[in-house]
Design a binder for this molecule. Sequence first.
Ligand SMILES: Cc1ncc(COP(=O)(O)O)c(C=O)c1O
Length: 383
Amino acid sequence: MTRHKGFSTRAIHSGQDPEPVTGAIMPPVFLTSTYVQEELGKHKGYEYSRVSNPTRTALEENVAALEEGVHGMAFGSGTAAVDAIFHLLKPGDHVVLSRSVYGGTYRIARMVWEKFGLQFDFVDSTDLGILERAIRPETRMLFLETPANPTMEITDLAGSARIAREHGLYSVVDNTFATPALQQPLRFGLTMVVHSLTKYLNGHSDMLGGVVITNDDGIAERLRFFQKAVGGILSPFDAWLCLRGTKTLAVRMKQHCINAMAVAEWLTRHPRVQQVYYPGLPDHPRHGLAKEQMSGFGGMISFELGSLEAAAGFLRGIRLCALAESLGGVETIVTHPASMTHAAIPPSLRKEIGVTDGLVRISVGLEDVEDLCADLEAALDPL
Ligand SMILES: Cc1ncc(COP(=O)(O)O)c(C=O)c1O
């Protein structure tokens, strides 16, 4: 596979050499379950599409190249990718996670894996002292998310990698919010990156997928075994859709950052908005760290309206912005974390991580900022 230097060049070309038979510049969607073998044991590298499929391989190589990683393994959703990572552990093993991980990661940990003997602690990973003190003799993994939902908590990647190395732990970063266009955790020495491809990497809200990227040959081999043995793989058509998305990732993320900064600044000036959470604002508690380890602050903002009544009123008032689950598409999506993305998290932890009933999250899309602010204003003013 050719490794190109520039990020945008990798996004457009990595894993996607012209198709050898016809020269097609776009990778075909290989809609096939199986592959004809010449004779017993002699095939062209593909045997059965649960194990591997050329369109999925193209996406896996493409996203691995974006993260500056060697191996990519794609799954049917981000959650399936997280699940595959927990399969690396055995009963009795302990995992320390960022307290603000995606609610679905909390759900799979507590409601699926705990009954098979894995143990989980959710801590404030923005404080490396707290993170390290949560490590026990049976700890095997740090599972971090940064920036993390919904108050955009930032965890120190270099510091976490050092702690993981010193304690001999796997270290995982859910890089869904930042994307490799803004942050590449493997470069800091972490062992795995996981993504919901559903979000920015695809970018067009038309498929679900997940991927794990690593430089570790042994981990990759085990994750590929889980693809084959468990079968939660990404379909060729969804891999192809996502490949269309990754081609424009760099330009989309640039504009998401510009739009989000403008919307965040606008929100800070609105009298009904009590607080704005965006790593790009100088009053964000980890603004300096975000500036060091990210090349942009991303497209996700949360803001506090003070009550469920105010949040509900605002959500009734929006017209251009869509009230929906998910994020990372070209269109602006607004979410109510307490009842949507973080509903699986118990109220006590929700309170600790700042998920109040009055909190609203915006995935700022690529519409014109003036139109977005006009829509927000029309929904905020009557409150
Ligand atoms: C940060 C993060 N990680 C993982 C996931 C799970 O991904 P999926 O919905 O593709 O299963 C999500 C979904 O919202 C997410 O926001």
